[in-house]
Design a protein around this ligand. Structure first.
Ligand SMILES: Nc1ncnc2c1ncn2[C@@H]1O[C@H](COP(=O)(O)OP(=O)(O)OP(=O)(O)O)[C@@H](O)[C@H]1O
Ligand SMILES: [K+]
Ligand SMILES: [Mg+2]
Length: 674
């Protein structure tokens, strides 16, 4: 099915009935208490309704009071509608992603090793399933055996096949994607109902949605203002009495609602959900609302080199014996790579075979797996020889530890290879370094522009790589990152993140490997590639279904847009309230308090119409701003401070002026109609 197809009302994402139902259901106190300012409106409606009834029963005038009650009710319904609308759009987005994975069959391995067919919904975390060519992968997981070309268009919309392989940083697979060639064994990563997508859907839905720290801070501010205005309005009662103006309770409630920040209180949930919705649209799965929000204030971005800045498909393209025959060097390189499943290892075997050099691998051997800590891999042969290949500094250290010496002209060869941007690998047999291999890699196209844009947004990019400083410098210069750190182990990467965090900076990290997982978890924003290992996908707080590290730029934009939209509408809401204060005060009191007459520039038709016009405006401004809350304020390539300052002026002034014009217009209509 086409995941971009929208059901229901194409603009809203849900029908009018659903919108009305959702708005009414949210009148429940259990829902209202989440946003104190709206709770106050709710209580105001009840109080105002009771007093209106009393007026009615006692035969007093009740028209104004009932009108106020009704308008306040609509204020609340409009706020609820904003949230309902945002939620529906987010859910529609998530469900269309999810639809790809329903009703699938799985071929599961029993503990005895046999295979059985089960429904995908029966799969549990840890189950091992077999998926053959032309079959749809029934669950999210990690390939533990085999390699396959996979069509991921169901989740990415991109039909070019990708390669996923066990034991690499590209072992992650997703439910709904299709295996094109080969058969693979996949370890399932989630219990039913708790996949990444399920979690994101829960996040979009009200019940599970937690307020982010930023939202929480704003809620506290709004609540404090609400309390202050409550005191102000209550204190107006004796003042009004002293001045001989009788202000009925419903009028005071109306005044209160006009003064408290209802606009931002009403739109706050919608703004947050809309941010998540935008993330989903960009094929990003957020594990918390906070993840999206943090993206907007990231200061530093750490990236690894191989596979993030470069294509990561490192290939041996030169092999240089040092002080030994070609045959001896090739044999050492070959034997140490035969069981090495990494692209680097395989490419060495391929290179030697292509050169036509024949090597017998007859004796028993113990393979030493590559690790990012040792930065070496190798083999211990039955005849007692140990062969190691790896980063030049690591292998050099290994050789020296055994009392060996480095070949005299090694250094200049290594330097030549590294300066070209390739990765030099040294190969050693026991205490003798026997040659170097050049692994070529290619920088991804368009990455320079991405870094340039990040710089415009005020984000510093640092490449952190396990590779040597010369290669790192060459790639860093070509890619245009701001800084780089070479010869980094996973611990070192972690340390770099902590150092920046201690300086009060928010750090983002992009990664896909198991060795990236600690750093992804430590970073404030960990963007994991969906193609990555299970460990990486679990450690990150955002997962990119497209597995495109350049996506970070979009993440930052979405986050900034969220923060700026929230800031802009808060500013608007607050200045709006201030303006309403200056519209209402003279309108209500000018008659009996002539000193205020000078302030009464609007010259509204009557105090009653003034208060009605103000509550009507206060209610209507909510739906009027819903499109902006959902779409977000446009962010250009500006630093967050600048963005905030620009919007402060724009929305602050707008918020100050608009009520004067709008309330005057509504008053004119009221005066004409009533
Ligand atoms: N299969 C391998 N066998 C031996 N050494 C390897 C192998 N793969 C990589 N190396 C060496 O180990 C170094 C560190 O590898 P690691 O994967 O930690 O970092 P990297 O891939 O170079 O950079 P990045 O951290 O940007 O991914 C590499 O630069 C290379 O010198
Ligand atoms: K208000
Ligand atoms: Mg790597």
């Amino acid at each position: 099915m086409n995941r971009h197809q929208v059901e229901k009302n194409p603009v809203m994402g849900l029908s009018w009935q659903e919108l009305i139902k959702g708005s009414l259901l949210r009148l429940h106190p259990g829902h209202l208490y989440r946003q104190p300012v709206m709770l106050v409106v709710g209580l105001g409606i009840v109080i105002s309704a009771l007093f209106s009834m009393q007026h009615l029963l006692q035969g007093q005038s009740w028209g104004l009071e009932f009108s106020i009650t009704l308008i306040l009710l609509f204020t609340l319904l409009f706020a609820n509608a904003a949230e309902t609308l945002a939620e529906a759009r987010g859910k529609a987005q998530a469900s269309s992603l999810k639809a790809a994975r329903d009703d699938l069959k799985a071929l599961r391995q029993t503990p005895q090793g046999a295979l059985e067919y089960v429904a995908a919904s029966q799969l549990r975390r840890g189950d091992v399933i077999q998926v053959k060519a032309q079959e749809i992968i029934p669950a999210d997981g990690e390939i533990i055996q085999g390699a396959a070309t996979i069509n991921e268009s169901a989740i990415t919309g991109e039909s070019a096949p990708v390669i996923r392989e066990a034991g690499t940083d590209n072992s992650g697979v997703s439910a709904g994607t299709k295996v094109l060639t080969n058969s693979i064994l996949v370890r399932v990563s989630h219990d039913p109902g708790s996949s990444l997508l399920d979690r994101m859907i829960a996040l979009v839905e009200g019940a599970q949605r937690q307020k982010t720290p930023n939202e929480l801070a704003l809620s506290v501010l709004i609540s404090a203002l609400t309390l202050i205005f409550l005191l102000v309005v209550v204190s107006l009662m004796p003042i009004g009495h002293y001045l001989g103006i009788s202000l009925s309770i419903p009028v005071l409630v109306a005044l209160l609602v006009c003064l408290i920040p209802t606009t931002i209180g009403a739109l706050l949930p919608a703004i947050g959900i809309a941010g998540m919705d935008r993330a989903l649209k960009a094929n990003l799965i957020a594990k918390s609302g906070k993840a999206v929000e943090i993206a907007g204030s990231v200061d530093v971005l750490l990236l690894d080199k191989t596979g993030t800045i470069t294509l990561g498909d490192r290939h041996a393209n030169e092999m240089l014996p040092l002080g030994v025959s070609k045959q001896v060097f090739y044999e050492a390189a070959y034997l140490s790579s035969l069981a090495d499943p990494t692209p680097e290892g395989k490419s060495i075997v391929e290179f030697i075979e292509q050169e036509g050099v024949r090597i017998e691998a007859t004796q028993e051997a113990q393979f030493i797996e590559f690790s990012a800590e040792t930065r070496m891999s190798g083999v211990d042969l039955a005849d007692g020889r140990s062969i190691r290949k790896g980063a030049v500094d690591a292998v050099s250290r290994w050789v020296k530890k055994q009392g060996g010496h480095l070949p005299s002209f090694m250094e200049e060869e290594v330097e030549r290879i590294a300066r070209s941007g390739a990765t030099p690998l040294a190969v050693a047999i026991d205490d003798q370094l026997v040659g170097v291999i050049a692994l070529a890699d290619i920088i991804k196209s368009g990455i320079q522009e991405r870094f340039a844009k990040l710089r415009l947004l005020g984000i510093k990019t640092i490449m952190v790589t396990g590779d040597n400083p010369l290669t790192a410098a060459a790639i860093a210069a070509e890619a245009g990152v701001d800084d780089f750190i070479a010869e980094a182990t996973p611990e070192k990467k972690l340390q770099v993140i902590r150092d920046h965090q201690q300086q009060g900076q928010l750090v983002a990290m992009v990664g896909d490997g198991t060795n990236d997982a600690p750093a992804l978890a430590q970073a404030d924003l960990g963007l994991a590639m969906n193609s990555g290992t299970q460990a990486a996908r679990e450690a990150g707080n955002l997962v990119d279904l497209d597995s495109n590290p350049g996506k970070l730029l979009d993440v930052v934009e979405i986050g900034k847009q969220l923060l700026v939209t929230r800031g802009a509408l808060t500013t608007f809401s607050l200045t709006n309230d201030v303006a309403k204060y200056f519209v209402l005060l003279p309108a209500l009191f000018a008659a009996s308090f002539p000193a205020l007459a000078g302030l009464d520039i609007l010259n509204l038709s009557s105090p009653e119409n003034a208060i009605l016009a103000a509550v009507i405006f206060n209610a209507l401004i909510i739906p009027a701003l819903v499109p902006l809350a959902l779409k977000g304020v446009r962010v250009k390539a500006l630093k967050t401070d600048q963005l905030f300052r620009n919007n402060l002026i724009y929305f602050g002034l707008g918020g100050l002026i608009l009520p004067f014009i709008a309330i005057k217009c509504i008053d004119l209509i009221l005066a004409a109609v009533i």
